[in-house]
Design a protein around this ligand. Structure first.
Ligand code: NAP
Length: 247
């Protein structure tokens, strides 16, 4: 796998697993999140797992356009691969009590961020007449009802819609855009669910495989979708949920 890839939210969890897999397949990877210490720790773990990995560390709040522009300006060349993985979920509770501050922050990070990263990349790629591939990390909560995570679920559903529209508009320029919808994955993000045996069971009981995923079980499909092996795939959302949705 050749070329430069940006992975947002790469300091831990699913993003770190994706960055590791891309480095293993030979990509040069830009590790992005808000906080440098976490990124440096992930960088060290990836270099240990993949000796010789070529990595760049960049801090960037994906909800801030100026951070995103500075990120692209700081890179040695235009990336041809982008993984919009960073997300937030500040409100856990019923929609009856949802607060607008949480609404705004969730939409800013989970939806506006991926859009800004994507269109600023697409403009550069189109100007250089180069193809590219983008993967948006959505969620099963973008496909199904999202009890206690309603705002988050809306942003993930909208991210699938955005994926399809961008795929449609940018396909003629050779830019592919796909999404994945993971089920429950063992990360810090899912702690509110994983710390509760009842909530965890709600997921594992319904999923055909009857268990939670590791971040590494999510990374392979992302690498595949970014690669030339998936050259005729665009505009799709692929569930990676152990058989939670749609069966
Ligand atoms: N875990 C699950 O069960 C699950 C299920 C379905 C979908 N997902 C999706 O998978 C993706 C990754 O989740 P995860 O479980 O791996 O989460 P995680 O372990 O909590 O990691 C989140 C990452 O995002 C970064 N981040 C958070 N806010 C950011 C911002 N505003 N700008 C830039 N970076 C930011 C964090 O680093 P900093 O703190 O340094 O910014 C961290 O690197 C998310 O899109 C999530 O919605 C997760």
């Amino acid at each position: 796998m050749n070329g430069l890839a940006i992975v947002t939210g790469a300091s831990r969890g699913i993003g770190e697993a994706i960055a590791t897999e891309l480095a293993r397949r030979g990509a040069e990877v830009v590790l992005v999140s808000r906080k440098e210490p976490g990124l440096r720790e992930a960088e060290a773990r990836i270099v240990e797992a993949v000796p010789g990995a070529v990595l760049h560390v960049r801090t960037c709040h994906v909800g801030r356009g100026e951070d995103i522009e500075a990120l692209y300006d700081s890179l040695p060349s235009t990336p041809t691969m982008l993984v919009n993985n960073a997300a937030t979920n500040p409100y856990f509770g019923p929609m009856l009590h949802a607060q607008y501050a949480a609404w705004d922050k969730t939409f800013e990070v989970n939806l506006k961020g991926p859009f800004e990263l994507s269109h600023r990349l697409a403009r550069r790629l189109m100007a250089e007449e180069r193809p590219g591939s983008i993967v948006n990390v959505s969620s099963v909560f973008g496909l199904e009802a999202a009890p206690f995570q309603g705002i988050y679920g809306m942003t993930k559903a909208a991210l699938i819609s955005l994926t399809k529209t961008l795929a449609h508009e940018w396909g003629p320029a050779g830019i592919r855009v796909n999404a994945i919808a993971p089920g429950l994955v063992e990360t810090k993000f899912a702690a509110a669910i994983l710390e509760s045996p009842e909530l965890t069971e709600h997921f594992t009981k319904r999923a055909a495989l009857g268990r939670v995923a590791t971040p590494e079980e999510i990374s392979g499909i992302v690498a595949f979708l970014l690669s030339d092996e998936a050259s005729f795939m665009t505009g799709q959302c692929h569930a990676v949920d152990g058989g939670f949705s749609g069966i």
